[in-house]
Design a protein around this ligand. Structure first.
Ligand SMILES: [Zn+2]
Length: 422
């Protein structure tokens, strides 16, 4: 199956250059990028009308099924939000709930040009079923303490197959929600499998204080002392790292995954991305869950990732818009282990989005990458292609289930969890 995307502007994200030309997709991979495609007759031709093709955004930290708690527990302190609202709602989950809710989250990703999510949530088989049925790329980060270590090993070896929409990484939810024994057991398994590890860390000041009280160390330092991150990996939020911890990130190859939307809404803090950048730490961006964000929108995250650095440092040059675009595409792909989905290049996966340059917010055309970061929104996403398949085009979904049925299921579950607000 060959799909030809012709007459486009192309931003490969290998650098900030934009070329005019065509991209051909054969099955799930990019088979041609250049001025003019003259290969085998394509099965489908999409005239891009000089709109922009670029790699899809990768959401490097998400809890997709948490759409059930969108706007169900707002304007509360973080502790009350988590322990008195979110955890009790999650305790009422029944079978298939996560499957249906994940589908709703995926629809939202598609509207924001997000072609893959690093999904930290319960019941991986339900997430996988939803992702595969929708044609969405998911990297599972299973962190439930209830799953035996042997199951984690089995899944790591079983799910990480070539040519699959699904892959799997090891992690824990957070230091403050995980026993020392479990942290050590996951670290030991990662060592055995030569695998990276991932967790929430340094999100709030009280988390840091609690860890210092428990172990005499700040959370990242404590985790490293337990062998966690021995093969690198990624840390989510990272608002409060010491100088030594920034050095540890650099030394061990730990990516900082920033979640600015969630952090400002829960008043957790601002990740000092400029400090991380200066130290040579690699950066990526995630939305976190819709319970705290409340949307799954990479445009909002990119904007905040840049402007929060500027305002907190009172320096409008503190963070460059193109660097942020790179974090949301290349950086996020790399931390998720999706090296074949980072840039547009022959042989890479066809996870491609089209940006509508005919949208007023994208006019006049001056600096397209900066326009996307500082003036972009979901409105400018014209197409989302994953694994060579167009799943969203001209604001219409091309997925396996009617949208109304996905909404209906999500509403039914949300009503049952008892937190419906009109
Ligand atoms: Zn999170």
């Amino acid at each position: 199956m060959i799909t030809l995307l012709k007459n486009a502007r192309i931003l490969s994200m290998k650098d900030d250059k934009i070329i005019f030309g065509d991209i051909a997709v054969t099955d799930n991979c990019i088979s041609y990028i250049g001025d003019h495609y003259e290969g085998q007759t394509p099965d489908r031709v999409i005239d891009c009308q000089q709109n922009l093709l670029m790699p899809g955004f990768k959401d490097a930290h998400a809890h997709t099924a948490m759409v059930f708690a969108r706007s169900a527990a707002d304007d509360l302190p973080l502790h009350d939000w988590l322990y008195e609202t979110i955890f009790p709602m999650e305790a009422q989950f029944q079978s298939n709930d996560i499957y249906h809710l994940t589908k709703l989250g995926i629809l939202e990703y598609l509207t924001s040009g997000i072609t893959a999510a690093f999904d930290m949530y319960f019941v991986p088989p339900e997430i996988i079923r939803a992702s595969e049925e929708m044609g969405f790329r998911t990297v599972i980060l299973a962190t439930s303490d209830k799953e035996p270590i042997s199951l984690l090993r089995e899944r790591y070896l079983g799910y990480n197959k070539e040519n699959s929409l699904i892959s799997y990484q090891l992690g824990i939810h957070a230091e403050y929600t995980t026993s020392p024994e479990r942290i050590k057991a996951v670290a030991d398994l990662a060592k055995e499998l030569h695998a990276p590890t991932f967790t929430h860390v340094g999100e709030t000041e009280s988390e840091v204080q609690g860890c210092v009280k428990r172990y005499g160390k700040t959370p990242l330092s404590y985790l490293v002392s337990q062998g966690f991150f021995a093969n690198g990996g990624g840390a989510f939020h990272c608002n409060y790292f010491t100088k030594e911890e920034i050095e540890l990130c650099k030394k061990l190859g730990i990516y900082v995954v920033t979640n600015p939307g969630s952090n400002v809404k829960l008043a957790s803090g601002i990740a000092p991305l400029v400090e991380y950048q200066k130290a040579g730490v690699k950066l990526a961006i995630g939305t976190d869950g819709a319970a705290s964000n409340n949307s799954l929108d990479m445009f909002k995250e990119m904007y905040l990732a840049s402007v929060l650095q500027k305002v907190s440092r009172k320096d409008a040059s503190a963070m460059d818009g193109f660097d942020v675009l790179k974090m949301a595409t290349v950086g996020s792909a790399h931390v998720m282990g999706l090296k074949d989905a980072d840039v547009l290049e022959v042989g890479k996966l066809a996870d491609i989005i089209m940006i509508d340059l005919q949208n007023p917010a994208m006019q006049p055309i001056h600096n397209i990458p900066k326009n996307i970061v500082y003036a972009g929104s979901k409105d400018i996403v014209k197409m989302t292609m994953i694994n060579g398949k167009v799943l969203y085009y001209n604001h219409e979904f091309f997925v396996n289930e009617p949208i109304a049925s996905i909404y209906e299921n999500a509403q039914r579950i949300t009503d049952r969890l008892g937190k419906k607000k009109c």
